[in-house]
Structures are given as structure tokens and as C-alpha cells.
Design a protein around this ligand. Structure first.
Ligand code: F6R
Length: 233
């Protein structure tokens, strides 16, 4: 793992942008994208950059079940707001959280990932070491699947919803094996909240109890951290 400790999220974004630029120059054409706060500075920097993404396909990690793309709480909306409204990509894909047959939609999404092949996967990490919506205990051989969200995740998400019954209880997420199939991975982690998970991811045992620890087995991973997230290394 290449560990890069940066002074600010803006510096982390610029560092990641440099890596992405290099890979695009070498022929990379498919970006795997994440939502959440960790990649926000990167999307801002990407949107403001002169990088030409018109030949680039993006494939997102996950989406909630039951939210329409135009719902401001959906990941479709997040990506449009953070990136697609500002930068022209050739085509972009997110899981269909409104599909009638979610299992079939998840299988189709996995085929899409296999057909395109992800060159660079952007990731964040949860405080419990999750990547995508793959919570502790998710098998390392998992592919895109329908996930029942844990009570703690539902609870954490409830702040974005007016009524408890509106909070999604399921999501469609790339699996661990889908993520590991990417040729290269850039993971952002900022703040003290992430320090324990980051330390376990890098120095702990490779175990399904901490999904991100699987990244120790990937040949091309860059972890971008601020001082706080790196404080337990
Ligand atoms: C987002 C995703 C999640 C987040 C993780 C960290 O698409 O799949 O795994 O990357 O929950 O979230 P933030 O960045 O908000 O701390």
C-alpha cells in the first residue's frame, strides 16, 4: 500500500488528481466512484481541472433501495450535484435502487463492471472498516448484491430523513470482490473518527471482520490520509 499523509483534503484531492491524470494518460478509461464526504474535495478538484473526461465511463459503488434518482438523498443525486453537473463524462452508471427485481439488477450491474473493467476505484472507509455498503462479515468473494442495512447504519442515516419510516433499510452495493477487481484503488480517509479503522486496514490482520483489510492483498492501492486519520499508524 502506498500511504500518503496530507495536510488538508484539498492537498489530498490534488495528489489523487495527479494519480488519475497519470493513469488516464496511460490509457485508463473507467473510474469507479464513491459517494460520502471523503471524496468531495476530490470531485471539486476534478470538476475544476482541465482533465478531459469525455472518453471516461464512471461506475458507482452503491445506491439506496427505493430512492428515485432525482431524490436529493439518493447517490444518483449526490453524483450529479458533485460531479456530473460540472464535468462531462462519456457515460455514468449507478445501481438501480428502484428495480422491480433487485437481485437481477445487481447481477446485471456486476456484468457491467466485468464488461468495462474498472481502472481506478475511488473509496472511502466507514468507522467499522466497511467499504461500499459491505459491512463487517461480508464475504471477500461477494459481488454486487442487495444489502440489508444494519440498525446502526439506518440510525446514522436517519438524520437525512424527516420520518424514521422514510430511511432506506436496503442498498445495492458492489461486493468486496467487485471492488478488488479494479486495477488500482485510491482510498480517502479523513478525521480522527477513521483512525482506528485505518490502522486496522493497514496493520491489522486481513479479516472479513474488517472489510477494508482485504486491500492489503491488492497490488495497487493508495491510501490518502490527514494527520488525524493517520494518528494510530
Ligand atoms: C459511499 C460508500 C461508503 C463510504 C463510507 C465513508 O459510496 O460506499 O462506504 O465511503 O461510509 O463515508 P464518508 O466518506 O461520508 O465518511
Amino acid at each position: 500500500m502506498n500511504i500518503k499523509i496530507v495536510a488538508s483534503q484539498e492537498d489530498g484531492a490534488q495528489y489523487a488528481l495527479g494519480l488519475v491524470k497519470e493513469k488516464l494518460a496511460q490509457g485508463a478509461r473507467v473510474l469507479g466512484l464513491a459517494t460520502g464526504s471523503s471524496p468531495e474535495a476530490f470531485y471539486k478538484a476534478l470538476a475544476a481541472s482541465d482533465l478531459d473526461l469525455s472518453q471516461v465511463t464512471s461506475i458507482n459503488l452503491d445506491e439506496y433501495v427505493g430512492l428515485a434518482p432525482e431524490d436529493p438523498r439518493s447517490y444518483h443525486y449526490f453524483m450529479k450535484d458533485q460531479l456530473f453537473d460540472h464535468k462531462n463524462v462519456k457515460e455514468h452508471f449507478l445501481p438501480d435502487g428502484q428495480a422491480e427485481n433487485l437481485e437481477a439488477a445487481a447481477a446485471d450491474y456486476e456484468d457491467l463492471i466485468a464488461d468495462h473493467g474498472i481502472d481506478i476505484q475511488i473509496l472511502g472507509i466507514g468507522r467499522n472498516g466497511h467499504i461500499g455498503f459491505n459491512e463487517p462479515g461480508t464475504p471477500f468473494n461477494s459481488r454486487t448484491h442487495v444489502v440489508d442495512l444494519t440498525p446502526s447504519t439506518i440510525e446514522a442515516n436517519s438524520r437525512f430523513f424527516a420520518r424514521p419510516e422514510d430511511v432506506p433499510t436496503q442498498a445495492v452495493s458492489m461486493g468486496i470482490a467487485s471492488i478488488m477487481s479494479a486495477k488500482s484503488i485510491i482510498l480517502f480517509a479523513y478525521s480522527q473518527d477513521k483512525a482506528e479503522a485505518v490502522s486496522q486496514m493497514i496493520n491489522g490482520p486481513v479479516t472479513e471482520a474488517l472489510p477494508a483489510s482485504v486491500l492489503q492483498e491488492h497490488p495497487d492501492v493508495t491510501v490518502i490520509l490527514d494527520q488525524e486519520a493517520a494518528c494510530k499508524l
